[in-house]
Structure formats: C-alpha cells, structure tokens
Design a protein around this ligand. Structure first.
Ligand code: SMG
Ligand code: MG
Length: 369
C-alpha cells in the first residue's frame, strides 16, 4: 500500500461518570486518532495514551508529537503494510501507544481493501467476547455499592474494583456482602509498596479472580514474593510491555495471568505474540482497556476473540463510557460484546460525532507544508 495522507484527530470526550484510580481522576478522555488514506481507501487507529503521564510515561501531546516527527515519516515512503509498522518505527524507543495507533490505522486500511476482518486476520475464534466492567474509586462506599449494583443489573457478570491504600478492605467487604458469588477482581495500578505486602496478601479473604498490578512495574521480584504467599492469582498490566517482558515475568513467578493491552505493548500484532506465548505456556490472558472509543474498542474486541483470552475483558459497552460513541455503539448482549465481522476494524467512524465533539484534524503527511 502507498500511504497518501495521514491525519491526527484529537478531541475531548466527556465520560458519563468520572473515573478515579490510584493515580488520579479523569472526567474527560483526551482522544487521539490516526486517520490514514492509502491507495484511495482509508483506515483508522486510536492511541491509548491519556492526557497525563500517570498510567505510564506517554501522554496525548507526547504521543502526537512523536507520531508527527518520527513515526508517520517512517511509514509514508514506498510500499507499507500493517506488519511493517513496528519494524519501520523500531528506532524510536517506547511510545507504544503511538505505534499501536499508527499500526491499527494502517492495518485497518489494508484489511478494508482486502475485505477481511481484523478478528479473522489475527486468528480470532469467537464471534462474541465475554466482558466485565472496571469500577473506579468513588467518594463513598455506598456510592460504590450502588454503582456495582447498577452494572450487575445491566448484565455484567465480572466486576473489577480499583483499589489503593485506604480504599481496599472496606469497599471489598461491602461489595462482597452484596454480591457473594460475583466474579470480582481488583486493580491497584501500582499503588502499593513492599510495606503493604501483608495487607495485599489479605485480599485472599475476598475470593477474587485475581489481583492486578499491586506494585510498581519494575518490581517483578516483589510481585513474585506476593504470588508465593497468596492463593489468589497475580496479574500484571503495567509491567508487561512486550513478549520479552511477559516471558521474564512468568519465568520469575511474578504473575500467573497476563493483562494484554494493545496500546501498552505497541500494537495488536505484538499483543497477539504475547497471547501466543502465554497460550503455549498454558497462561491465561485477558484483554485490558484504556477507556477507548469505538475505534480502539473494535481492535480490542477483535484481539479478545483469540482462543487464549479466557478471562472476561475490560471492554464494556459504549454507554458505560460515552453518551455518544464515535462509531456504532457496542452494546451488551448478555455479558458479551459482538466481534465486528466487517472488513478491517469493522466499524464506521461517525463524522457528525467528530464534528459535534469539536475534533481538531491535523494533516501530518501528504500535504505541502
Ligand atoms: O477501558 O474499561 C476500560 C478501563 C479499564 O480499568 C481499566 N483500565 O489499569 O487496567 C487499567 C486501567 C487503565 C486506565 S485507568 C484511567
Ligand atoms: Mg490495570
């Protein structure tokens, strides 16, 4: 494919309710999309970076800058396919959300032209994926219990609670008391330290599916110490940036479950390689989310249709995030989302929604500047 034009599209999307984690609160998602025009067709990608560098080092402005200065120029000459994006951009260290968004857009264009769905291209084996909901930290435990109850009524059968020091045992006790059999898990976004080992180990009392990323990303040995004394499985998110990271963490006993996020590992193709490695080692994986719009969600749902994704994904219906999504809405069917089967991502981007939300479009390649 020859890429004729690349645009970066940025917009602020208000969340239907604020989302608080151990590292801060978001009211609005600072969305960055990549739009490519290639061989007369088009493709869309979404960068998972957030407005602030609090989940990891990337943030929307840095992601856009790196795309414009280095990543887009690396893919706009000659014949290029989705599978070439990672190799062409390998000299740029990190910036995995930026690379993932660009790869997604190029793959979308390529697969749309070929009439093949992303799920099929990746080797997906299901037409619907089981999903859960991630519930942020609320001002009071009563509000948390009410939110969880609402999501269970909506049909979600797996709930993840965000936890942090000072917001763990009491909310867990309250939610467990209300829902003794609910599939429940927690995510600390690296909010605990070695001083909290006993506290985190006591989460065993709540019959959780897993404890996600209690400690800092580089603390693999500390995670292994915790894993050795807990019955509840440890899952890593922020620690796993690539297939090599996954293999190392598993070798060290730092986790027994891996959260795979497209934007954290540099793209859907590296995400598939991590899945393949874990499947070969008998390690269950599940698909994480970064509050994506329908564009990034379509890629995530396609990925989650691969056979090793055995825990429910952090991919909820559009209405859990947005009043109006940028694509046709993803809706809950039981506790599942349907995997798009149209060409490419299998969703269409709603130009009116982009307009209504005040999207800014910046052409970064294919224009005289
Ligand atoms: O997309 O439903 C979603 C959010 C899932 O909790 C979620 N993601 O660490 O797993 C995680 C977080 C990262 C985003 S926090 C703002
Ligand atoms: Mg997480």
């Amino acid at each position: 494919m020859t890429i004729e034009r690349v645009e970066l599209v940025r917009l602020a999307m208000p969340l239907v309710r604020p989302f608080r984690t151990s590292f801060g609160v978001q009211h609005t998602r600072d969305v960055l999309l990549v739009h490519v025009v290639a061989d007369g067709g088009e493709g869309w990608g979404e960068c998972a970076a957030h407005a602030e560098p609090f989940y990891n080092e990337e943030f929307t402005e840095s992601t856009a800058l790196v795309l414009e200065r280095w990543l887009v120029p690396a893919v706009v000459d000659g014949d290029v396919r989705g599978a070439d994006v990672a190799t062409r951009t390998a000299t740029v260290k990190g910036y995995r959300a930026a690379k993932a968004g660009l790869e997604m857009a190029v793959l979308d264009a390529e697969l749309r032209a070929a009439g093949q769905s992303l799920a099929h291209h990746l080797g997906g084996t299901r037409d619907a994926v089981d999903v859960g909901v991630s519930v942020g930290i609320t001002p009071t435990v009563d509000e948390l219990v009410a939110q969880v109850g609402g999501y269970v009524d909506d049909g979600y059968r797996r709930v993840k609670l965000k936890v942090m020091p000072g917001w763990d045992l009491e909310p867990l006790r309250a939610v467990r008391a209300d829902h003794p059999d609910l599939a429940l898990q927690v995510d600390a976004n690296a909010g605990y330290t070695a001083a909290h080992l006993d506290l985190v180990a006591s989460f065993d009392d709540f019959g959780l599916l897993m404890v996600e990323q209690p400690f800092a990303p580089e603390e693999l040995r500390l995670h292994a110490r915790l894993a050795a004394r807990m019955a509840t499985p440890i899952c890593l998110d922020e620690s796993i940036l690539s297939t090599v990271h996954a293999a190392t963490a598993l070798d060290l006993g730092a986790c027994t479950i891996v959260n795979i996020k497209v934007g954290r590992v540099g793209g859907v193709l590296e995400a598939r390689r991590i899945h393949d490695l874990c499947l070969a080692r008998g390690v269950p994986v599940w698909c994480g989310g970064m509050l994506e719009t329908g564009i990034g969600r379509a890629a995530n749902v396609a990925l989650a249709s691969l056979p090793g994704f055995t825990f429910p994904a952090d991919l909820s219906a559009s209405d859990r995030y947005w009043r109006r999504d940028l694509t046709e809405a993803f809706v809950l069917d039981g506790s599942c989302l349907r995997v798009p089967d149209g060409p490419g991502l299998g969703v269409s981007v709603d130009a009116d929604a982009l307009d209504e939300l005040g999207a800014e479009v910046r052409a970064v390649a294919g224009v005289a500047r």
